[in-house]
Design a protein around this ligand. Structure first.
Ligand SMILES: Nc1ncnc2c1ncn2[C@@H]1O[C@H](COP(=O)(O)OP(=O)(O)OP(=O)(O)O)[C@@H](O)[C@H]1O
Ligand SMILES: [Mg+2]
Length: 287
């Protein structure tokens, strides 16, 4: 489902001394099936924006269109759009509550009024997607490891078969291996199930490696938008916005400086980098 956002504004506590204009005149278009990473310093409006897209906050003004559903200040279409959007909040494992993993994951599908058989199928499928063995079905969620608890919580969202999966800092607090596994899992859902993914992250490496598009927010406005290659070319702007470059980009720039080379700085995996260097060699070009 295509997402189109026009002149979106959100003001917290409007008309009080604590008023905060958290999203300002934002325009954004997210093609169906694409992977968007939202970046920006703390307080830049990332979580507010995803709550607006998920229909959990009502725009102060402006419009959000998700597939055929349009919602703006005052109308109720967001209830319809909500069915298509799954949100994984920060530390989602804090929302696990049922006495077994099965019941926890089944909670959403049950509320949608599915049959027992359909619910069981959804639970099994969601566990498979997140890589949890079904032998854990009858365990208490609280007997799982931290990484497994997070997967179980994400499975609960996936069991609703969202077209659009939104994740707010899903890797926070995980060790490097847990982070990588989770990001790979999300990427697989995106590629194999054509799920639109919106990832809020502070991790430039993940944004560069996985996203099709990056949105950099600054004080509620769009500061930069484009492909990772486009956005990470804007080193000065990024520094000004308090954001780093991906490690691989910093490494390539360092090599270029110290060895007077001009290796491409728009490749974000080693495979892509090597591929582009080999292509240059084949054409008889200098590195
Ligand atoms: N419930 C609220 N009431 C009032 N102001 C809020 C509320 N939630 C957020 N804000 C303010 O709105 C602005 C945007 O906050 P938001 O949480 O969207 O930022 P963020 O980019 O997600 O930050 P972080 O990286 O720390 O998660 C901030 O100035 C914040 O203080
Ligand atoms: Mg946030």
């Amino acid at each position: 489902m295509q997402i189109t956002i026009e002149k979106l504004n959100y003001i917290y506590l409007e008309g009080t001394p604590f008023e905060r204009h958290a999203i300002k005149e934002l325009d954004l278009s997210i093609p169906s099936g694409s992977y968007l990473a939202i970046l920006g310093q703390t307080g830049s409006g990332k979580s507010t924006l995803i709550q607006l897209i998920a229909g959990l906050l009502q725009p102060t003004s402006g419009r959000i269109q998700i597939g055929p559903y349009s919602f703006e200040a005052g109308n109720k279409q967001k209830m319809l759009a909500r069915r298509h959007v799954g949100v994984v909040f920060q530390y989602p494992e804090h929302q696990l509550f049922a006495e077994t993993i099965e019941k926890d994951i089944a909670f959403g599908p049950k509320n949608q009024g599915l049959s027992e058989k359909e619910i069981a199928e959804r639970v099994k499928m969601a566990m498979e997607w997140v890589g949890l063995p079904t032998t854990l079905l009858n365990r208490s969620p609280f007997q799982l490891s931290g990484g497994q608890m997070r997967r179980a919580a994400i499975a609960g969202v996936l069991a609703l078969l969202p077209d659009i999966l939104i994740l707010d800092e899903p890797t926070a607090g995980l060790d490097p291996k847990g982070r990588e596994d989770l990001l790979e899992m999300i990427d697989r859902l995106h590629r194999e199930r054509q799920m639109t993914v919106i990832l809020v992250t502070h991790d430039m490496n993940a944004a560069a490696k996985y996203a099709d598009f990056l949105l950099v927010l600054s004080e509620g406005s769009s500061a930069l938008f484009g492909t990772p290659a486009e956005v990470f070319q804007k080193q000065e702007e990024l520094t000004h916005l308090g954001l780093d470059l991906p490690d691989i980009t910093r490494l390539i720039m360092r090599i270029n400086r110290s060895a007077s080379l001009s290796l491409p700085t728009n490749r974000f995996t080693l495979d892509d980098l090597v591929e582009s260097l080999l292509a240059r060699l084949r054409k008889g070009e200098d590195l």
